[in-house]
Design a protein around this ligand. Structure first.
Ligand code: SF4
Ligand code: SF4
Length: 226
């Protein structure tokens, strides 16, 4: 059986910037239907990995470069997950890729509320890749919130990484909550309807253009802990 370190090393060699492992028991507080074992009953561990978003891409005036980069990173992370699945298969570990972004099944149209089949930010948190900020984004120690996340469900029980507990949002920081033009953040969750209506513009040609990043931008931990 491969060790946790070997699995992470393969994942990094496939292009991930960071990788961690979560045991499935860490998802026990996730809603029923959205736990790794609800997706794949043989799942015993979750491999979470991330890629760094180029820091300047959210600082530009035109929203297209960020939208474009986001789509590129979703595809890159999905490809890493698929390649990792094939690599592990050669080593007799069965696994199932889950989408970095969409498709997903749950959609509440009235509230514009969607739920991925597996929450990527919780997978990353459970795999020791960072903390969850009050803007609801993962904050990685080295890359801050400038990350996108992918995951693979594996049927092997391997040593999980420790949960990050040695840094946190500054106690009184509310910069992201105050900066949100849609008042969509309460420090724990995001009101998706308010956020989507403000941050996603549907171009007449059918493209979704991401137009708001204020909660990411203003964060003092945006580019990492230091
Ligand atoms: S992306 Fe914009 S609208 Fe959405 S929560 Fe962040 S600041 Fe608010
Ligand atoms: S802006 Fe402040 S409260 Fe919001 S996520 Fe960043 S550090 Fe945490």
């Amino acid at each position: 059986m491969l060790s946790s370190e070997e699995i992470k090393s393969i994942t990094l060699s496939l292009g991930a910037d960071k990788c961690g492992i979560a045991s499935t028991d860490r998802f026990s507080s996730a809603p029923i239907g959205f736990r790794p074992s609800d997706i794949y009953s043989k799942c015993k561990s979750v491999v979470a990995f991330l890629k760094n978003l180029p820091p300047e891409v959210i600082m530009v005036e035109n929203p297209v470069p960020y939208t474009h980069t986001a789509h590129m990173l979703y595809a890159a992370l999905d490809q890493i997950g698929l390649n990792l699945c094939y690599e592990l298969e050669k080593l007799k570990i069965t696994s199932v890729p889950v989408p970095t972004d969409n498709p997903y099944l749950f959609w509440d149209a009235d509230n514009k509320h969607g739920m991925a089949i597996l929450s990527m930010r919780h997978a990353a948190f459970n795999a020791g890749l960072g903390i969850l900020g009050r803007n609801t984004l993962l904050i990685n120690r080295d890359y801050g919130n400038m990350v996108y996340i992918g995951a693979l469900l594996i049927d092997a029980e391997v040593e999980p990484d420790p949960i990050v507990t040695d840094f946190a949002c500054p106690e009184n920081c509310r910069l992201c909550l105050d900066a949100c033009p849609a008042n969509a953040l309460d420090g724990i969750t995001v009101n998706q309807k308010r956020c989507r209506e403000n941050s996603c513009y549907q171009h007449p040609r059918g493209w979704d253009i991401y137009t708001c990043n204020e909660c990411r931008k203003v964060c003092p931990l945006r580019n990492g802990e230091t």
